[in-house]
Design a protein around this ligand. Sequence first.
Ligand SMILES: *Cc1c(COP(=O)(O)O)cnc(C)c1O
Length: 387
Amino acid sequence: MEIKQLDQEYVAPTYARFPLCLTEGKGARVKDDAGREYIDLGTGIAVNGFGFSDEEWVGAVTAQLNKLQHTSNLYYSEPGAKLAEQLCLRTGMKKVFFSNSGAEANECAIKVARKYGEKTKGAGHTTIITLKDSFHGRTLTTLAATGQDVFHKDFLPLTSGFVHAEANNLEDVKRLAEENPCCAIMFEVVQGEGGVRPLKGEFLRGLEAFAREKDLLLIADEVQTGNGRTGKLYGYMNFGICPDLVSTAKGLGGGLPIGATMLGERVEDILAPGMHGSTFGGNPVCCAGALNILSRVDDALLEGVVARSQYIFDELTGAEGIRSVSGLGLMIGVECEKDASAVIDGCREQGVLVIKAKHKVRLLPALNIDWQDLKEGIRVLKEVCKA
Ligand SMILES: *Cc1c(COP(=O)(O)O)cnc(C)c1O
C-alpha cells in the first residue's frame, strides 16, 4: 500500500490511522483505493453533516471559488458578513468572530471571558471552570481547558487559569467558584471525546442560574454538538439555557475548515480593533459552504435527525452484546461487551465505518443519511456486537 508507506515515512505520526485510504464518496457511501465501498457512520468526526460531496454544498463552494478565494480581513466580503448575520438571527447572539478550527473558536471565547472578568470584576478575575472529561482542543490553552490529564502530561507547563469540576455536580462548581477568582464556566452539553456523555438538564439549568447570580459567563463549546448534530441547531437549545459565548466548528463548514465564536449581549462589545485576528478566519469559500449548510439545518432536517436518533436508540438499546447507549441526536456512544476497537474493526471488515470515544463505539452519521444506508449500518453493528 504505497500511500500508507508514504504517510508513515513523511507525516508526523500523531494519528493512529485505520488501515484504509479513502478516495471518493457520495452521501454516506465512501470508497477506498481498492474500490471497496463502505457506509460511513463517522462523517470525518461530525464534520460532513450532509455526507460526502453533497451536490448543493459543492455548488455553493465552487461558485464562490470561481469568484474569489480569499481577501484577508483587511476588506469586507459578502459570505462572512451573511454567515455572521444568519448565525446571530438563528441564535440571538450579537456578534461572530471567525477562525479556522474548534480550538481557535475556543481560544477566542477564552480571551473574551478573561477580558470580561478583568473589566467587570477587577484584575486577576480570569479563572475559567471547565469540567472533568471535557475536550476543548489541542492548543496549549485549550489543552489546559480540557479536563483530562492524559492530554496534558507531555506538554507542561500549560496556560494557567483553568480548574476542573465534576460533570453534573453543581456543588463542585460552586466550591471552585468560591476558591478561585473566576470569570466563566465552560462546558459541552454532550461530552463527545469524553465518551459521548450528555450533561443533565438540571445541572445545566443550575449552572445558568449560578452563573447569572455570580456574573460569570457561560461558554458553550458546541464544536461537536453544534449545527444540527443533537437535533437542535445548537445543543444548548435542547435545555432551554442561554450561553454568553458559543464556539462552534466541525459541522459548520460541511467539510471545509471554519471556526466561529458567537458573542452574546454581555460580551458583544468586549473586542475592539486589533485585539484578536486570524489571516484565514472568515475565508469566503469556507463561509459560502457554511451558509449553505446553515440554510439547510431547518426544522424538517432536525426532525429527521431526531427520528434517525430514535431509530438507532431503539435498535441498539438492550441488543445482544450491547451494554448501554448514550448521547443526543446523531451523536451516539455505544458501550459493547466486546472491546470497542474489535467492534470497529469488525464493522469495517463488513463495510461499515464507525469511530471511537474512550471505551465506546461512537456513531456520528450524516444528519440526512439515507434511511437504507442507516438501517444497513446499524444491522451490521448489531451483528458485530453479538458475542
Ligand atoms: C473537536 C473538538 C474541539 C477541537 O476542534 P479542532 O477543530 O480539532 O481544533 C474542541 N471542542 C470540542 C467539543 C471538540 O469536539
